[in-house]
Each structure stands twice: as structure tokens, then as C-alpha cells.
Design a protein around this ligand. Structure first.
Ligand code: FES
Length: 111
């Protein structure tokens, strides 16, 4: 389902109850794999491929707002997509909107 809202195209990806607190669900938006995380009831979305060698970030360990890549342990802040341990790595982060129990992912956010 794609719904225009304020000029931004939003894609419904899940219901709130589909992603329990502290968990992640990988969805596809416009053929891109996106990892959607629930941190204390707030949802965040990042590109699901690590910029290092493509590790699946949605399968990484989540601690607070930081996810560690399961392949080589680079860590990313899921609020911004920026690596927390330097090195200049960053991954795309996307707008998330929750409306009437549905989770929508929108466009890539500027840093
Ligand atoms: S692929 Fe993610 S840290 Fe190497």
C-alpha cells in the first residue's frame, strides 16, 4: 500500500504488533531491503545492507539505539545510520510514520 502524505510517498510495511520492542523486521520498500527496529515503542528504519561488505544489519545485535553488524561488528546508530565507532561508515536511514497501528516507511532522511 502506498499512500501520499504531504508530498512524501509512504509504504505500509507492518502493523505495530508485528515488531515487538527490541526486535527488528526486514521489509522491502521499492525493491530495497529495509530493517525496521522497535526501540521502546519508537520505530526506526535503516538500509539492511552494511556499507562495509553488505552484512544484514537487521540480524545484528541491538543495544539501545545501536545495532552491531552480525558479520564484522561495525555498530550503527539506527536513528541516523552513522557508525558509532568512527571510520566514516554510514547507512541510509528512512522516515517512519505510525498511523492507526500501521507502520509506514518513507523517503531517505538527510543527515
Ligand atoms: S559487513 Fe558489516 S561490519 Fe563487515
Amino acid at each position: 500500500m502506498v499512500e501520499p502524505t504531504g508530498g512524501t510517498r509512504l509504504t505500509k510495511v507492518a502493523r505495530v504488533q508485528d515488531i515487538p520492542q527490541g526486535q527488528c523486521k526486514v521489509v522491502t520498500v521499492h525493491e530495497r531491503p529495509i530493517a525496521v527496529f522497535n526501540v521502546q515503542g519508537t520505530f526506526y528504519a535503516i538500509y539492511n545492507k552494511c556499507p562495509h561488505e553488505g552484512g544484514p544489519l537487521g540480524e545484528g545485535r541491538l543495544k539501545g539505539h545501536v545495532v552491531a553488524c552480525p558479520w564484522h561488528d561495525l555498530a550503527f546508530d539506527i536513528r541516523s545510520g552513522v557508525a558509532t565507532d568512527g571510520g566514516g561508515y554510514c547507512v541510509g536511514s528512512y522516515q517512519v510514520v505510525v498511523k492507526e497501528g500501521d507502520i509506514f516507511v518513507g523517503g531517505r532522511r538527510a543527515r
